[in-house]
Design a protein around this ligand. Structure first.
Ligand code: UTP
Length: 229
C-alpha cells in the first residue's frame, strides 16, 4: 500500500515531541517491513508561524514569508529523517518529480512546502495524486471533521463520513480563520483529491489513530467523493 500522511503541528508543535517522533518512526518501519511505502508531508508548525509573523512585521513580503514557512517545513522533514534511518530518502523532496524518483529507491520520502502561496495540505494532495496513493491521511488535533467548528461550538459532532459538498461548505465557512484555528483541509487540496478520487481519511493526531487507519479500521472521518465511494 502507498500512503500519504500529512502531519500538521501534531507531531512537531511548539516543542519537539521526541517520544512521539520515535514512535511514529517505529510505526512506519513496521509497516514498510510489510511492504508499504509512505510519503510523509510535514507542515511548518508553531515556530514557523512565529517567524512568518515576525517577517511580516519587519516588512517582508507575503511570498518571502512563505519562503520562510517552506524552509521550516523542510527543517521539520529533516527532524523526521533523523529518526527514520536508511529507509528514508535522506533529504526532503523539493519537487514532485524528485518525490516520484525517490520513492522508487526508498520506502519513505518526506516533503514539505513547494511553492509560495500554497499550503502543505496542497502539497500532500499533489503528492498523493502523483504517486497514485492508495490512501491520503491527514492527522489533525480535533480527530476528524465536525459538522461545525468544534472550537467554538460545544455541540459540534464528529462525522464518521463527510460528503464532498458538505466538506466544501465547512472549508468555505472557515476560510478566513487565522493560523491555529479550525482548518480541516485546504481548499486546493480538497479539489485535487476529488479530481483523482483519492481515498481520504482525516484522523486524530494520536499514533493509535494512524495505526488503526493503516490496518483498515474505521477511524476519524472518511471523505465520500460521490454516493458510490
Ligand atoms: P502549512 O501552513 O501548510 O503548515 O505550511 P502548518 O500550518 O504547520 O500545517 P497545519 O496547519 O498544521 O496543517 C507552513 C507555511 O509554509 C508556507 C506557508 O507560508 C505556510 O503558512 N508554505 C507551505 C508555502 O508557501 N508553500 C507550500 O507549498 C507550503
Amino acid at each position: 500500500m502507498k500512503a500519504v500522511v500529512k502531519l500538521g503541528h501534531s507531531l512537531i508543535g511548539e516543542r519537539i515531541e521526541l517520544e512521539k517522533i520515535r514512535r511514529f518512526a517505529l510505526l512506519l518501519r513496521k509497516r514498510i517491513s510489510e511492504g508499504d511505502k509512505f510519503v510523509v508531508v510535514v507542515g511548518g508548525g508553531a515556530v514557523a508561524r512565529a517567524y512568518i509573523n515576525a517577517s511580516r512585521i519587519l516588512g517582508g513580503t507575503e511570498s518571502f514569508a512563505d519562503d520562510i514557512g517552506i524552509a521550516f517545513t523542510r527543517i521539520n522533514c529533516m527532524l523526521l529523517i533523523s529518526a527514520l534511518g536508511e529507509y528514508v530518502y535522506p533529504k526532503p523532496a523539493t519537487s514532485l518529480e524528485e518525490l516520484r524518483q525517490a520513492l522508487h529507491l526508498y520506502s519513505i520520502v518526506t516533503i514539505g512546502g513547494l511553492t509560495p502561496g500554497h499550503s502543505t495540505d496542497a502539497v500532500a494532495a499533489l503528492s498523493a495524486e502523483t504517486i497514485s496513493a492508495d490512501i491520503f491521511i491527514k492527522m489533525i488535533e480535533t480527530g476528524g471533521i465536525y459538522d461545525k467548528d468544534p472550537q467554538t461550538h460545544e455541540d459540534a459532532k464528529l462525522l464518521s463520513e463527510v460528503g464532498y459538498e458538505q466538506l466544501l461548505q465547512l472549508i468555505l465557512e472557515n476560510k478566513n480563520t487565522k493560523a491555529g484555528e479550525y482548518k480541516p483541509l485546504d481548499l486546493v487540496a480538497l479539489e485535487i483529491l476529488r479530481r483523482s478520487k483519492i481515498k481520504t481519511v482525516i484522523v486524530g493526531s494520536k499514533l493509535e489513530d494512524l495505526e488503526a487507519v493503516l490496518r483498515g479500521e474505521e477511524v476519524g472521518t472518511k471523505v465520500k467523493w460521490n454516493d458510490a465511494t
